[in-house]
Design a protein around this ligand. Structure first.
Ligand SMILES: Cc1ncc(COP(=O)(O)O)c(C=O)c1O
Length: 484
């Protein structure tokens, strides 16, 4: 067996390779690559009465993730031989998988469709697929999935009625990125424009306003959560000298309210803003893929004077990783894009590297379900949402469901443990369940039975009372002591 350097060089046919410079020491790496352990300043020290030192982490917001973190430990020198590390990691992953199954079973509060099977795509896990740059201009990184990405974009452009040669878009990392892009396009079209968004708007729009240092007007909402067009008009009339950039919600985060796009356009026109003086971005992160299939919903269409639409791919569509779709008019994009020589592509996106797996997941699910499949799922979600609303109301629980929505908003459960178990999103006195395709009547029945049973205990002897939700949901939807 060849063990000498010469022998190895001969085996690898390296004899003709230029020698390394004499002062190059190939073993000259840092001796001990382990960085020193850092003191964990996240934990405070608390001396108990018995003198025992107990570490506590100050909880600022949310839960204390670091108390349950899985430490990364350094492999022992002989781990490779014993396989102990592999076995340890396999057991951690198996336990994690089990906990995911459990958490998935009790998931109601976030608008994520967890009903999917992408087993066929497992074979692609071995590839580092990256669509960095423009979806329509191939870069010199060959391991990409642009062919899937453009297919998906075409599908959405057709849904929102924009011709293939008139649209530009890309698959984003999430709905937030779509919003950041949509507002950026609006600002590039109207650099001195004022951004208008309702107070029930997702925080990503407020983030965009801060990032781009835009002048900003917050518009009131109705009890339903929809933008109040009377207030919008009043605010537009105060700034007639500057163009308007408006965010229209196709489903608000908390109440699932759908802004009336047609009324927003009418309000703009009545306030003296012609098509060339406003830019509308539609935030369809939540219901962007549901509303096209609901008869009475205001139609989101590029036949109307809108500039962009975005949607999240991991919500109603049901992608297992966060992603989204952003579509805008091609004419707006040239101002925003620049050539990047080292990519040999153009860049008009927000991020650099882009997840190349996501387009394949989207392509796969769109192909399987098609427009008709999504329509069926929308119908089921709306039906189940009505079922939940009716059962809550029957049980005397304050509840509201917007007509075009599958977000059922109701009084916040008294017990945080219950909230955590069912992963309900809460704000003030209200909580919500977003009925997605994976949420069945059986699951809702389980949830209802547990909630009704717990309420009987929480409010049994009058120490606690169910919260008043009149200011959030309206008097007619509140069943507290005062309003029932
Ligand atoms: C209305 C709305 N817009 C934007 C977003 C952000 O989407 P993402 O979580 O995909 O970034 C959300 C998230 O829930 C949302 O509800």
């Amino acid at each position: 067996m060849a063990t000498s350097v010469e022998g190895i060089a001969h085996e690898l046919n390296l004899e003709n390779v230029d020698p390394l410079p004499e002062d190059f020491d190939p073993t000259g790496v840092i001796k001990d690559p382990l960085p020193p352990l850092v003191n964990d300043s996240r934990v405070g020290v608390n001396v108990e009465g018995n003198g025992e030192v107990k570490k506590e982490r100050e909880i600022v917001l949310g839960r204390n993730v670091h108390t349950m973190c899985l430490e990364v430990t350094e492999p022992e020198a002989d781990d490779e031989v014993t396989g102990e590390r592999e076995a340890y990691m396999a057991s951690v992953l198996a336990r994690y998988r089990k906990s995911l199954l459990e958490r998935t079973k009790h998931h109601l509060g976030y608008p994520y469709n967890l009903d999917f099977d992408y087993g066929a795509l497992g074979q692609l896990q071995h590839f580092s697929i990256n669509n960095l740059g423009d979806p329509f201009i191939e870069s010199n990184y060959g391991v990409h999935s642009r062919q899937f990405e453009v297919g998906v974009l075409d599908w959405f452009a057709r849904l929102w009625e924009l011709e293939k040669n008139e649209y530009w878009g890309y698959i984003t990392n999430c709905g937030t990125e779509g919003n950041l892009h949509g507002i950026l396009v609006g600002r590039e079209v109207f650099p001195d424009g004022i951004l208008y968004a309702s107070c029930d708007t997702h925080y990503s729009i407020f983030k965009a306003a801060r990032m781009y240092r835009m002048e900003f007007e917050k518009v009131n909402t109705l009890t339903s959560g929809e933008i109040d067009c009377k207030d919008l008009k009043a605010k537009l009339l105060c700034h007639q000298d500057k163009p308007a950039i408006i965010n229209v919600n196709i489903g608000t985060t908390v109440k699932g309210a759908v802004d009336d796009l047609d009324l927003v356009i009418k309000t703009l026109k009545e306030s003296g803003f012609n098509d060339d003086r406003f830019y509308i971005h539609c935030d369809g992160a939540l219901f962007g893929l549901m509303m096209p299939f609901v008869k009475r919903a205001p139609k989101v269409s590029f036949k109307k004077p809108i500039g962009s639409v975005s949607v999240s791919g991991h919500k109603f569509v049901g992608c297992p990783m966060p992603c989204g779709v952003q579509i805008t008019r091609l004419e707006h994009i040239s101002a925003l894009s620049s050539n990047v020589e080292y990519l040999a592509s153009r860049d008009a996106t927000i991020m650099g590297s882009r997840n190349g797996h996501a387009p394949i997941f989207l392509w796969y699910t769109l192909n399987r379900k098609g427009y008709r499949g999504f329509q069926k799922e929308v119908k089921k979600c709306l039906k189940n949402a009505h079922y939940l609303k009716d059962r809550l109301r029957d049980a005397g629980i304050g509840v509201m469901l917007n007509e075009l929505s599958s977000t059922v908003v109701f009084e916040r459960p008294h017990d945080e443990e219950f909230v955590r178990k069912w992963q309900l999103a809460c704000q003030g006195n209200i909580a919500h369940v977003v009925v997605m395709p994976n949420i069945t009547v059986e699951k809702l029945d389980k949830f209802l039975a547990e909630l009704i049973g717990k309420r009987a205990v929480w409010y049994k002897n009058g120490t606690f009372q169910s919260p008043c939700v009149a200011s959030e949901l309206g008097n007619e939807n509140c069943f507290c002591g005062l309003h029932k």
